[in-house]
Design a binder for this molecule. Structure first.
Ligand code: SR1
Ligand code: MG
Length: 406
């Protein structure tokens, strides 16, 4: 067939049997391949296919949101994920999955299977303490963002890439609505379980300073195409073991402010901070936020200052010495400011918007759960109202520690 259809297990076997490199990777005959559905995110069908010689992961776009068939959606998201993977794969040194195949009719993406890895959010909820993961994510963001920016590529390449990803409008619209808009007004998609959150929601929605901060961040999200972002870098978009970490699910990829990816990751670590009752686990989150930022900063500036000859046509520095250092510092400070702001926005939407996260679900006492959620929401509200005072990751972390003592 030459038109789109949603694949079932039989359809998946027939489809993969027609791809010689993948069929060889799986080994044996198609009838022997085991197909297991592992769909976990909100949008797509995901399967693991296991043969006698190996395993692959297959992801297919649906014409709707997976968790809400009445919410219609174009199919092109796996096209953008494939394009993202091809763009950043060569830059990030093994910190994502291997791209294997994309089918533009079925909107099927086939990638390396990571069945030995655990989704980072799940691992954190199970008590894993993997100190190297956050620095690896810092490395990932630095490499992917630096390598797709004007600092590393001629403007012609960057403009072509911006044009390609500017067409990822359906998912950019989701982010705009779910992250930057719905939580700040009444909308049927919003919901929260604990009435303890309601007074804070009211405060957020009636604070002019907070709403202006959100508006400013929303504008920056759409108007600062600094680098190719992952676009949805929460702890469910990361799979890891103690020794190996991969960023997956780049379907929300777009050119935007680098601090958006940093802020999504940091915001989700903060959610875990408020969700875990264990003091040592909370200290580990503080360490991870610090480790993430240090690694991101060190790697990004190292790439910027490297002596390697950049590709012909790349912008060359015009200023050297202290002036250049000051300019670089200003750029990194701007990314830091964005990181803090976007982290707060991510926390808010995960507590009162459409797409919540599982972090708080493991707290069995309903009153404690409500207190923890309210603590996270109040923290994010405080951060948005004090953005001007929070200039460094240390400022952010001390604010988080203060909240821990409350
Ligand atoms: C309808 S999609 C809802 C959320 O899930 C994705 O992972 C993104 O975070 C999006 O905002
Ligand atoms: Mg996802």
């Amino acid at each position: 067939q030459t038109s789109y259809r949603t694949l079932d297990a039989g359809g998946i076997r027939a489809f993969l049997a027609g791809l010689p490199a993948i069929a060889t990777r799986l080994g044996g005959l198609a009838e022997q391949w085991q197909v297991r559905e592992v769909s976990d995110g909100n949008l797509n069908n995901v399967f693991l296919i296991t043969g006698p010689a190996g395993e692959v992961c297959l992801k297919q776009s649906l014409p709707h949101v997976r968790v809400d068939p009445s919410w219609k959606m174009p199919l092109d998201r796996t096209h953008f994920e494939a394009a993202w993977l091809c763009a950043i794969g060569p830059l990030v040194g093994g910190l994502t999955t291997e791209y294997l195949h994309f089918d533009p009719v079925l909107y099927v993406l086939v990638v390396e299977s990571l069945s030995g890895h655990t989704v980072l959010r799940t691992a954190l909820m199970q008590g894993a303490d993997w100190p190297e993961v956050a620095p690896r994510i810092g490395m990932f963001v630095a490499r992917a963002c630096f390598g797709t920016s004007l600092l590393a590529r001629p403007f012609e390449d960057v403009f072509d890439a911006r044009r390609l990803f500017a067409a990822n409008q359906a998912l950019t619209r989701i982010t705009l609505d779910l992250v930057f808009d719905d939580p700040y007004r009444d909308h049927p998609r919003n919901h929260w379980h604990d009435s303890a959150l309601s007074p804070i929601v009211l405060d957020i929605r009636t604070s002019a300073a907070t709403l202006l901060a959100v508006e400013n961040l929303r504008r920056r999200f759409l108007s600062q195409p600094q680098a190719l972002l992952h676009g949805d870098l929460h702890t469910g978009s990361i799979m890891s073991t103690a020794d190996d970490t991969r960023v997956i699910d780049g379907e929300f990829a777009l050119y935007g402010p680098i601090g958006f990816d940093c802020g999504m990751f940091v915001g989700n670590l903060v959610l875990h901070f408020f969700a875990t009752p264990d003091l040592a686990a909370r200290q580990a989150v503080l360490r991870d936020i610090d480790g993430f930022w240090r690694s991101f900063h060190a790697q990004f500036t190292a790439l910027w200052n490297a002596d390697d000859a950049p590709p012909p046509g790349t912008l060359r520095p015009l200023a050297y010495g202290p002036a250049a250092h000051v300019a670089q510092q200003a750029f990194m400070d701007e990314v830091m400011g964005d990181t803090i702001g976007f982290a707060a926005i991510e926390i808010i939407r995960r507590l009162i918007g459409y797409a919540h996260t599982a972090d708080f679900d493991s707290i069995t006492d309903p009153r404690l759960r409500a207190t923890c959620r309210a603590g996270a929401l109040a923290f994010a509200y405080y951060v948005l109202d004090h953005l001007a005072d929070m200039r460094t990751i240390a400022d952010f972390l001390s604010c988080l520690e203060e909240n821990e003592r409350k």
